[in-house]
Design a protein around this ligand. Structure first.
Ligand SMILES: [Fe+2]
Ligand SMILES: [Fe+2]
Length: 178
């Protein structure tokens, strides 16, 4: 049964908000990874140590809550559709790989830390492409699924756009990138 009441414009706006948040997250991750790589290249062990800790902390505070919120509020909903089931299963595997790679990064230093951080960044970028180009448009196209209802109130998924006019405290993802 098709739900004719779906507001397609609101769903497209929600998609744009999640895409924007993804872009912010990737930019932040690339910045932190570059700081680590530069410190390693300059053989500054203390700066490399700090840069790795900052990156790991950002992943724990921003990346992991984002992935958990997606699994609960987006993946579960899409997985029930036979056309999206395999895609979601594959994307859950990527989430696990991201978590495992982060765990590996935690125990590394210097060149190996920079190499694994770069791999994590590329893995995340590839994963975001699938979300932006495949999963989110699929949800928007479904007449009886609502992306805007799924992401409403979740700053883990929509970032600062969600906060427009709400005056809430900014999270680290929302701070400007230097
Ligand atoms: Fe994801
Ligand atoms: Fe995402």
């Amino acid at each position: 049964m098709v739900n004719e009441g779906k507001d397609a414009a609101s769903d497209r706006h929600a998609l744009a908000a999640v895409e924007h948040h993804h872009a912010q997250m990737l930019q932040r991750m690339q910045h932190l990874t570059a700081l680590l790589a530069e410190a390693v290249q300059e053989r500054d062990a203390s700066a490399a140590h700090d840069a790795k800790d900052t990156l790991v902390e950002w992943c724990e505070n921003e990346l992991l809550p984002h992935a958990l919120a997606e699994e609960k509020f987006l993946y579960e909903m899409a997985r029930e559709r036979p056309e999206a089931s395999m895609l979601v299963t594959g994307m859950l595997v990527e989430h696990r790989t991201i978590v495992n790679t982060l765990e590996e990064l935690r125990g590394l230093s210097d060149v190996r830390a920079a190499a694994v951080a770069t791999a994590l960044e590329r893995l995340f970028a590839l994963h975001l492409e699938k979300e932006n180009r495949l999963l989110l448009p699929f949800i928007v196209e479904q007449p009886d699924l609502s992306l805007v209802a799924a992401v409403q109130g979740l700053h883990e998924l929509t970032g600062e756009l969600q906060a427009e006019g709400s005056g809430h405290a900014h999270t680290t993802t929302e701070t400007s990138l230097d």
